[in-house]
Design a protein around this ligand. Structure first.
Ligand SMILES: *Cc1c(COP(=O)(O)O)cnc(C)c1O
Length: 241
């Protein structure tokens, strides 16, 4: 198995090639290293290879690692990307910089109020998670309701709406992958272009989509953050997925 350093280089190269193929600047696409199930030592290793943004799915596991790595905090940016229940929002508001997985107003309202309890922290950066595969098991708000949820979220203090996030059903077919991502891209562009002069949308610039197996398709459809775990850290235990 390759080292994390080598894997990171390969993933960065994939991003660059995909960007060039899509006639985009590679700098437009940020790599989020998804470190769920891997120890703090793996995060440090990636950090020493120049990686600063890390994604976590499970609140308790994440807070343990964030606490362990507190000394490195100035260099690390923590993104929460997993399903988020009401009783966990406080810890997320306290410890994270970003949340990608907001799919209902109640969660955003709680994050907003709870972030306000930490006046020294900057605004929490939020993305609305949309559901493009229409599977009951997946989280995310239907595309048709995303626009209204975004409008409500932009009214809240202590948070900034940054964009949309999606996890389409896995597919090994590039055309199918692109079709799913293009639905999210269309919704994102619609919201962006209809709110160009709205100052509450001035930071609405983020499309969080693409993982180890479909980042090329996501970049072809305008992704600005790819969330990559396996291709950097290796296979995860099945149980904790
Ligand atoms: C685990 C996870 C990823 C990373 O998936 P890989 O296939 O390992 O790259 C990305 N996004 C979310 C929301 C995840 O839960």
């Amino acid at each position: 198995m390759n080292s994390i350093v080598v894997n990171l280089m390969q993933v960065r190269q994939r991003i660059e090639l995909a960007a060039l193929a899509a006639k985009r600047e590679p700098e437009e696409i940020e790599l989020l290293a998804v470190s769920k199930t891997f120890p703090a030592s793996a995060i440090e290793e990636a950090m020493h290879a120049g990686q600063s943004a890390f994604g976590e799915n499970y609140v308790q596991e994440a807070v343990e690692k964030i606490t362990q790595l507190a000394k490195l905090r100035p260099w690390l940016i923590w993104h929460f990307i997993g399903p988020l229940q009401s009783n966990k929002t406080k810890e997320v508001a306290e410890h994270f910089d970003w949340v990608h997985s907001v799919d209902r107003l109640k969660i955003a309202e709680r994050l907003s109020a709870q972030r306000g309890e930490f006046p020294n922290l900057p605004e929490l950066q939020l993305c609305v998670q949309v559901n493009v595969s229409d599977e009951d098991s997946k989280s995310g708000i239907p595309l048709s309701e995303a626009e209204a949820l975004c409008d409500s979220i932009t009214q809240l203090p202590n948070i900034i709406l940054r964009g949309l996030m999606a996890i389409p059903a896995p597919s090994s077919d590039l055309a199918e992958q692109r079709k799913a991502f293009s639905q999210v891209q269309d919704c994102f562009k619609h919201i962006q272009t209809t709110r160009l002069i709205d100052p509450k949308y001035q930071f609405f610039d983020t499309l969080s989509m693409g993982m180890s197996d479909d980042l090329e398709a996501a970049i072809a459809q305008g992704s600005t953050i790819v969330r990559v775990g396996t291709a950097i850290f290796g296979k995860r235990d099945k149980i904790s997925q």
